[in-house]
Design a protein around this ligand. Structure first.
Ligand code: SF4
Length: 720
C-alpha cells in the first residue's frame, strides 16, 4: 500500500487538492480532499472522487495499429517507427502537412513539450488545443480589454463580493466546490445571486433573479444592460477617467434599451434589475453560454465593459470566466496557439528570437502564423491539405460541432491518437499510442484562478502504457532529434524550462518550483520570486480594500492600477449584436441548445455506462408546450431531432425549466454534435455550439440512435 500522495483533481478547472492512496495491486484505495490545500480546504465533489477512483472508460493498454481495416495490438517500436516515418514523409512536403491537436487535459509539462515539438520541431501552423473550443473567446476578451489573458480576481474575492452575476454558466453542476463558495457569499446578509441563462438551470433555481434571454442573444442583452447603466447614471466616472479608455466611443455605440431587450426576448424591467445589481460590489462569472458563440468575444468584452463602467474592478469584484477543462489555463500559459510560453506575443520578433534561441531551432522554423484554430484545422484536413494529424488527450469526433464532417475529415487523414481511454476518435485512428492517466502521471496543472499545483503518481500505469511526456519525447527523438536534451523527458526539467521562459512576462512562473510546490501545495502566478504569489491582477494594493482599489488614481503610491496595454489603461469595446448564425425558420422552427448533466464531464469516455443506467441522460429536454405543438413528431416516447447537418433519434423528457421552442441536449453525448453548427467567432475561432436551428419529426428508425449511449461533448478532453 502506498503512502498518501498529495495531488490535484483533474476533473474540472476548480483545481481541488486531493490526497490519493493506491494498494499494492495498483488499484486506487481512496482519494480524499486535502485539508491543507488552499483551493478547496478539503472539500470535494462526487464527480471528482468517483471519476478518479473508478472511471468507467475502457483503457487503452497497448499500442495499436490499423491493419486490414482493424486496430490490432502491436509493440512500441512498431508504432513509434510508423508514426515517425509518416511525420517525416509529410514534413518533406511542407511544415503544415502535419496537424497537432492537444488538450486542456494534459499537464503543463506535456502541453509545453507538445507545443514545442509542434511549432519548434515541425514548424506547423496547424497546432491548437481543444481549449479553443471552450475558452478562446474569454482569452480574446481579456487580451483586448486588459492586454493580457486570465481573470483579474481569484477565489479569495468571492466572500467579499455582494452581487454574484452568473452568465451562461451552471457552476452548481460544472464546478461544484467553487459554487459552494459563491452560494455561501450570495446567501449572506448583503448577498445576491443573479443568473442569466435561457434555461432555468440548477444554478438558476437558486438565484434571487433569473433572466432568460433567447439563445445567442447574450450580446444584445449585455449591451442593453450597459445602456441602462449609463441611462441610470450608475457609471463610476472616477474609475473610468483614471484607468480606462474608449468609454465615450462605447457609449456612442450602445443600442436603445427597449430595442436590445426585445432582441434578447427579455422584459425591460429585468434589464433594469440587472443594471441596478452592478451598483454593489459585483463579480461577474461566465461560461460556455457566452464563449461558444460567433460573437463570444464581443459578449465577454461587454461583460468586462459592465465591470469597467461601474468601477467593479478590484478586490471583491470583476470579470471571472469559469474555465471548464482541468488544465485549460496551463495550456494557455505554456503552449497557447496564439502566443509563446508566458503569453509572449506571437508576432513580436524579439520574443520569436528568444523562443527560437531557447529551443535551439532556426528562427525560420517557427510558424509565421498562429494558425486558423481547432475548427478550421479540421477543415484543412477535409480539404486534403494535411497528411498527418496527431491528437493528444482529445476526442474531436465527439466534442466538435458538425461531427459528421469531423469524422470524415479524420478518416481521410493518417490519424495518430494518443490517449488513455477508448474514445470515439480512437476508433478512427491509424495508430494508437496508449498514455498514462491521472494517478499514474507526474506534473503540474493550473486552475482557473492561476494556481499551479502538482499532480502525482500513486501507482504505475499498465505495463505497455507510457507517460505523455515519454511518448512526445520518443516521437521528437525520431523526427527532430536535437529538440530536447534527452529522449526520456523529465517533468520537473520541463517545468523549469517553461517557467524560465515566462520570467518577466505577465504570466511569470519563475518563482515556482517542484520543491516550492511540495511545501506550499499550490502557488498562484504571477510569481516572479520564490516567496510571493499573485493576487488580484493589474492592481498593486497590498492590504487595501475594495473601496481603496476603486478610488485609486495612477499617482497613488498605494493601490496602483497598471494594465499591460499600450496606454496602461483598460479598454472599452463597442461590438453590436449581429444576429444568430442559423436563425429558426419554417423548415427548422426550434432552437437546439446544449448543457451539462450532473456528475458528467467532457466527452464522457469515462462516464457513459453510468449515464446509460436509466436512459434518461440521453433524453432531450423540452417544454410540455413544445411537445404539445409537435405531437406528430413523437412515437413511443422518442423523436428525431433534425438539423441541416444530420438527424438523431432521442428520448424525450418533458421539462418546464426549458423555455418553449427550445430543445436541450446534454453536451456529453457524441451524437448531439452531429447536429451543431461549425460557424465560429472570427476573433477567437471558438465555435457556435450553443445555438442552431432544428426540427422534430417522427422516428423512421434510420437515423442515428443516441438513446442507448451517452458520452460527453463540451471540451473534448478524455484521458487524464
Ligand atoms: S469541483 Fe472539480 S476539481 Fe473539485 S473535486 Fe469536483 S471535479 Fe474535482
Amino acid at each position: 500500500m502506498t503512502d498518501r500522495e498529495p495531488t490535484t483533481c483533474m476533473r474540472c478547472a476548480v483545481g481541488c487538492g486531493y490526497q490519493q492512496r493506491a494498494g499494492d495491486d495498483g488499484e486506487f484505495l481512496d482519494v480524499r480532499g486535502d485539508d491543507d490545500h488552499p483551493t478547496n480546504g478539503g472539500k470535494t465533489c462526487s464527480r471528482g472522487v468517483r471519476e478518479t477512483i473508478d472511471p468507467s472508460g475502457e483503457r487503452v493498454t497497448e499500442p495499436l495499429i490499423r491493419r486490414g481495416g482493424t486496430l490490432r495490438p502491436t509493440d512500441w517500436d512498431t508504432v513509434l517507427g510508423t508514426v515517425s516515418v509518416r511525420i517525416i514523409e509529410a514534413l518533406r512536403n511542407g511544415n503544415d502537412n502535419v496537424a497537432v491537436l492537444g488538450s486542456g487535459q494534459q499537464t503543463n509539462e506535456a502541453a509545453y513539450a507538445l507545443g514545442k515539438l509542434a511549432r519548434g520541431g515541425f514548424g506547423t501552423r496547424y497546432y491548437d488545443a481543444n481549449t479553443t473550443l471552450c475558452m478562446a473567446s474569454a482569452v480574446q476578451a481579456y487580451v483586448q480589454a486588459f492586454g493580457s489573458d486570465a481573470p483579474p480576481p481569484t477565489y479569495d474575492d468571492i466572500p467579499d463580493a455582494e452581487t454574484h452575476v452568473i452568465w451562461g454558466a451552471n457552476p452548481k453542476i460544472a464546478h461544484p466546490v467553487l459554487y459552494r463558495r459563491i452560494a455561501d457569499s450570495a446567501g449572506g446578509d448583503d448577498g445576491e445571486l443573479i443568473v442569466v441563462d435561457p434555461v432555468e438551470s440548477e444554478t438558476a433555481a437558486d438565484a434571487d433573479l433569473h433572466v432568460s434571454p433567447e439563445p445567442g442573444t447574450d450580446l444584445a442583452l449585455a449591451r442593453a444592460v450597459l445602456a441602462q447603466v449609463v441611462d441610470d447614471g450608475l457609471v463610476d466616472r472616477e474609475f473610468i477617467e483614471h484607468h480606462t479608455e474608449g468609454f465615450e466611443a462605447m457609449v456612442g455605440s450602445l443600442p436603445d434599451v427597449d430595442v436590445a431587450a426585445e432582441t434578447a426576448g427579455v422584459p425591460v424591467e429585468r434589464v433594469s434589475e440587472l443594471a441596478a445589481a452592478f451598483d454593489a460590489r459585483t463579480l461577474v462569472y461566465w461560461g460556455m453560454g457566452v464563449n461558444q458563440s460567433v460573437q463570444g468575444t464581443g459578449t465577454a468584452r461587454s461583460l468586462i465593459d459592465l465591470c469597467l463602467a461601474t468601477g467593479n474592478l478590484g478586490p471583491g469584484s470583476g470579470p471571472f470566466s469559469l474555465t471548464g477543462q482541468a488544465n485549460s489555463m496551463g495550456n494557455r500559459v505554456c503552449a497557447s496557439k496564439s502566443s509563446w510560453p508566458g503569453y509572449r506575443p506571437f508576432d513580436d520578433t524579439a520574443h520569436r528570437k528568444a523562443i527560437a534561441n531557447a529551443w535551439g531551432v532556426p528562427l525560420s522554423r517557427l510558424p509565421d502564423s498562429s494558425g486558423p484554430g481547432f475548427v478550421r484545422i479540421i477543415d484543412e484536413l477535409a480539404r486534403d491539405n494535411v497528411d498527418v494529424c496527431w491528437t493528444v488527450a482529445t476526442n474531436p469526433v465527439a466534442g466538435m460541432p458538425d461531427a459528421n464532417h469531423v469524422e470524415s475529415a479524420l478518416e481521410d487523414t493518417f490519424l495518430i491518437v494518443q490517449d488513455a481511454f477508448r474514445s470515439d476518435t480512437v476508433e478512427l485512428a491509424d495508430v494508437v499510442l496508449p498514455a498514462a492517466t491521472w494517478g499514474e502521471s507526474e506534473g503540474t496543472v493550473m486552475n482557473m484562478e492561476r494556481r499551479v499545483s502538482r499532480v502525482s503518481a500513486a501507482r504505475e500505469p499498465p505495463a505497455d502504457v507510457r507517460q505523455d511526456v515519454d511518448i512526445i519525447g520518443a516521437v521528437a527523438d525520431r523526427v527532430v532529434s536535437d529538440l530536447f536534451d534527452s529522449t526520456r523527458l523529465d517533468p520537473e526539467a520541463l517545468f523549469d524550462e517553461v517557467s524560465a521562459l515566462t520570467r518577466g512576462t505577465t504570466a511569470d512562473l519563475s518563482g515556482i518550483s517542484y520543491e516550492r510546490l511540495s511545501e506550499e501545495l499550490a502557488v498562484r502566478w504571477p510569481a516572479p520570486d520564490e516567496t510571493g504569489e499573485g493576487g488580484y491582477r493589474y492592481y498593486d494594493g497590498d492590504g487595501a480594500d475594495a473601496e481603496d482599489a476603486r478610488d485609486a488614481t495612477p499617482d497613488d503610491a498605494d493601490g496602483r492600477w497598471s494594465f499591460p496595454t499600450d496606454s496602461g489603461r483598460a479598454r472599452f469595446s463597442n461590438a453590436s449584436h449581429r444576429g444568430v448564425p442559423e436563425p429558426i425558420d419554417e423548415a427548422y422552427p426550434l432552437t437546439l441548445t446544449t448543457g451539462r448533466r450532473p456528475d458528467a464531464y467532457n466527452t464522457g469516455v469515462r462516464t457513459r455506462p453510468d449515464a446509460d443506467d436509466d436512459g434518461s441522460a440521453t433524453a432531450a429536454r423540452m417544454h410540455p408546450e413544445t411537445i404539445a405543438d409537435n405531437l406528430r413528431a413523437f412515437d413511443r416516447g422518442e423523436t428525431v431531432i433534425e438539423s441541416r447537418r444530420s438527424a438523431v433519434t432521442v428520448g424525450v423528457a418533458p421539462d418546464a425549466h426549458v423555455p418553449p421552442g427550445l430543445v436541450w441536449l446534454p453536451v456529453h453525448n457524441p451524437a448531439a454534435n452531429r447536429l451543431t453548427l461549425s460557424a465560429a467567432d472570427p476573433e477567437s475561432a471558438e465555435p457556435n455550439l450553443k445555438q442552431c436551428a432544428v426540427a422534430l419529426r417522427a422516428p423512421d428508425r434510420t437515423t442515428t440512435d443516441i438513446t442507448g449511449s451517452s458520452g460527453q461533448l463540451n471540451g473534448t478532453g478524455s484521458h487524464s
